[in-house]
Structures are given as C-alpha cells and as structure tokens.
Design a protein. Structure first.
Length: 317
C-alpha cells in the first residue's frame, strides 16, 4: 500500500533533531558562549569591513583582493550557518532543529568550507604566477578569469555536497533524534541512523580527500615552486618581499586546514578522543578562520591597512 510505505518512510525520519551543544560540558555553556559570541562578532565585523573596502575602493580591484573578497563571503556563510544556532543552544533559547533545517545547515556549512578551500588554492596559484611568471600575470588573471574561478568554486562545492542530502534522506533514523553537537554535519547526522552508513562514510572520506585533500597537495606544490623561485632571486630585498606577500596566505592556510583536518581524522579514527574535544575542534574550524583571516590580511597587507585606517579615521571624526 503506497500510503503505508510513505508513512513508514516519514516516521523513520525524525521531525526534528535535539542539539545538545557541548555534551559533557553543559555547565560551561554560558561561559563558552562568551568567546563564541565575541569571535563571531569579530568575524562579522572584520569580513564585512574587508568586503566593503574591496567593493568600494577602485585601487583594490586587483586579482588578489578580489579573491580576498570571495574568501570573506565564504567566511561569512561558514560562520553564520553554524554559530547563531550554537549560541541559541548555549543560551538555552532553542535546541531543536527540524530535519530539513538540519540538512540545509549541513549543506551550507560544508559548501562554504569546500568553496573556501578552492579559493585558497586559487590564491596560491595567484601568488605562484605573480612570483614565478610576473610578466604573464596580467594576461593570466583577467577579471573574467577571476569570475570563472569564483563560479567554479561554487559549482564544485555544490556538486560535492548535493549528493549528501540524498544520502542522508534515504537513511532510517528509528526515532534517534538527539545530537551531541552544536551544529549539523554530515557524519554527525549519519551516525544517528539505524542502518548501514558505510556509503556515507566512504562518500565523506572520498570527498574530503578529493576536495580539501587535493587542494592542500596542490597548494603545497605551488609553494615549493614559489620558494624555489624566491631563492633564485638575486637580491635579499626581493626575496623578503616575495616571502612577505606569501606569508599572510600561508598563515591563513594553516589556520584553515589544521583544525578541519584534526576534526576530520579524530571523527574517523579517534575512538578514544572525548566527545567534547570533537565538538570543540568542529567549532574551531568554523570560527577561527573567519575571525582571523581579515586580521591577518589587514596586518600583513600595507594597502588594506592604509584603507582600513582611512575608513576608521573618517568614521571617528
């Protein structure tokens, strides 16, 4: 009977999930909300200011800054799709989340993460061309190429994440709806299912190796080539300048991938890692890069630093 089958199917899918936040650290929720809230506000302010500057200042319509603008957008989506809900859990406002809202949150969290990884790879390529092939730079990075890179980042992350929605919807959950986490992520949802989730595990593993994994390898290769070119430069000044332009990007890469890969590998292999450590790591990679990226680039980049100071002075008057 078709309606019976449909009924069975819906009853196996929970209407909503109950998110517990930092399971095992409930007494600290109010305290944890303070750094979370401050970091989130800093991330919002930093990225919005950076975006505003890059959009309004003609002198910043250069490839490097346009990539920075894309990074800021990805950071805003990454932190805004996760942190507000985490705060509402910490403040006991609402711990519930409908099944579809949960899938939507998972989709946008992972989507912005993969997009950001793609943009970081494009930035590494940008630095590589700027240092190893400076004469061809203007012809390689035209505005249309940059627009295509932006679209490719979105298309790629969409193609990687779209199947996970169906992979999670097909699973029966048998009334399991309590999630010890502050936001919904692919494996966190899959683990609640009362069926074999090996497809989800392998898909998650393959996509992690193929999207951020491949990006890291290619970024590494571009940096090896950059360093080789830098050490061939005759003057010390030129060497320092080249290293300077790459150092901020290198900082951002380390901040972005380190907590993410820690989180990923402890999820897969860290059976004895306490659960709240998992969750803290998972929150670090949606909070730290969005907060620190604008800071790193503003401190390391003279032009952005000058523009920020100008804007602050204007508003201060």
């Amino acid at each position: 009977h078709p309606t019976m089958a449909a009924l069975n199917q819906t009853s196996l899918q929970p209407a909503s999930f109950l998110l517990l936040g930092m399971a095992g650290l409930e007494d600290l929720h109010a305290w944890l909300s303070i750094p979370f809230c401050l970091m989130y506000v800093a991330a919002l302010l930093g990225n919005v200011i950076l975006l505003f500057l890059i959009v309004t200042e003609r002198s910043l319509h250069e490839p490097m800054y346009l990539f920075l603008a894309m990074l800021a957008v990805a950071d805003l989506i990454l932190s805004s799709s996760t942190v507000p809900k985490a705060l509402s859990i910490f403040w006991s406002l609402s711990k519930e989340m409908s099944f579809h809202a949960c899938l939507t949150q998972m989709f946008f969290t992972h989507l912005s993460f993969i997009a950001e990884s793609t943009i970081l790879l494009a930035m590494a390529f940008d630095r590589y061309v700027a240092i190893c092939n400076p004469l061809r730079y203007a012809t390689v990075f035209t505005h249309s190429v940059i627009a295509k890179i932006g679209l490719a980042a979105i298309a790629r992350s969409f193609c990687v994440m779209f199947p996970t929605i169906f992979l999670l919807q097909r699973l029966p959950y048998c009334g399991h709806s309590v999630m010890p986490h502050t936001y919904c992520e692919h494996m966190g949802i899959a683990r609640l299912a009362c069926a074999d989730i090996s497809v989800n595990i392998w898909y998650g593993f393959a996509t992690t190796l193929l999207s951020p994994g491949v990006d890291i390898v290619l970024i590494g290769v571009s940096y090896i080539l950059i360093l080789r070119a830098v050490f061939r430069l005759s003057s010390k000044d030129a060497q320092l300048k080249a290293v300077g332009t790459c150092s901020s990007h290198a900082c951002v890469i380390l901040m972005f991938y380190t907590p993410a890969f820690f989180s990923f590998f402890t999820h897969r292999f860290g059976r004895n890692v306490p659960h709240h450590v998992h969750i803290l790591l998972a929150n670090l990679y949606v909070l730290l890069p969005p907060m620190l990226n604008p800071v790193v680039y503003t401190m390391k980049n003279k032009l952005i630093r000058e523009k920020v100071t100008q804007v602050l002075c204007r508003t201060g008057q």
